[in-house]
Design a protein around this ligand. Structure first.
Ligand code: DHB
Ligand code: MG
Length: 210
């Protein structure tokens, strides 16, 4: 998109408050990987949760809490975001971010590798946002479908993975994982899915009633 249009849309529709700005600043100051979602992607996730009346949401990959704040703020007061993070440093920063943003009462952060944590969760999530390591994405796909309620929303960041999905030379585990997730989401008869070309691509799907 034209840079001026992107700035116009982001500044108008997805301004950051001081909590979100502080999380972003922390990424720079602490040398965290600058891979959090953009504010316009955060606002899109927020709108999707609001539009579907989501109350129970699962996130894989908290990082320092930037996306979690966007997600948690879309929930009703009795809603719950469960977010999973394997890096203890990221988990500590995410907890701090949730406290600063005033959403701690709506967030449960579980520290651990997603594939260890997922089998411990009760099914029935209204939405799952997958934004963790890329190699296991086929497994994360299957777990997401297991844990989503029928009609639930499947969301996955990095559908394009910097263009590596269309680079046949890229056979890295990460690229293979992203392609596998996309392939399943696109062709699975249990799901209707599309890609929104925002930032690095967002897969959005719905688990169809069986
Ligand atoms: C990268 C970006 C992401 O959004 C992510 O989830 C993982 C990696 C990246 O830029 O490498
Ligand atoms: Mg991502």
């Amino acid at each position: 998109m034209d840079e001026r249009l992107e700035r116009y849309a982001t500044e108008l529709f997805a301004p950051e408050d001081s909590s979100l700005a502080a999380i972003r600043a922390r990424h720079g100051a602490l040398g965290l990987p600058p891979i959090h979602i953009s504010s316009d992607e955060g606002k899109l996730l927020h709108v999707l949760l609001r539009a579907t009346g989501a109350r129970r949401v699962l996130e894989l990959g908290s990082l320092a809490g930037y996306s979690g704040v966007w997600l948690a703020r879309a929930l009703p007061v009795d809603g719950r975001l469960t977010t999973v993070e394997k890096d203890p440093r990221h988990a500590r920063l995410a907890r701090q971010a949730f406290a600063e943003a005033g959403v701690s009462d709506r967030v449960t952060l579980i520290e651990g590798a997603a594939l260890d944590v997922l089998p411990t969760l009760a099914a029935g999530f209204d939405a799952v946002f997958v934004d963790a390591d890329k190699a296991p994405l086929a497994d994360y796909y299957e777990w997401s479908l297991t844990l989503l309620r029928p009609g639930g929303l499947l969301l996955c960041d990095n559908a394009f993975y910097h263009g590596s999905v269309v680079d046949p030379e890229d056979r890295s585990p990460d690229a293979l994982g992203v392609r596998a997730f996309n392939q399943r989401a696109a062709t699975d008869s249990r799901v209707a899915a599309a890609v929104i070309p925002i930032r690095d691509g967002l897969v959005i799907g719905v688990k169809l009633p069986s």
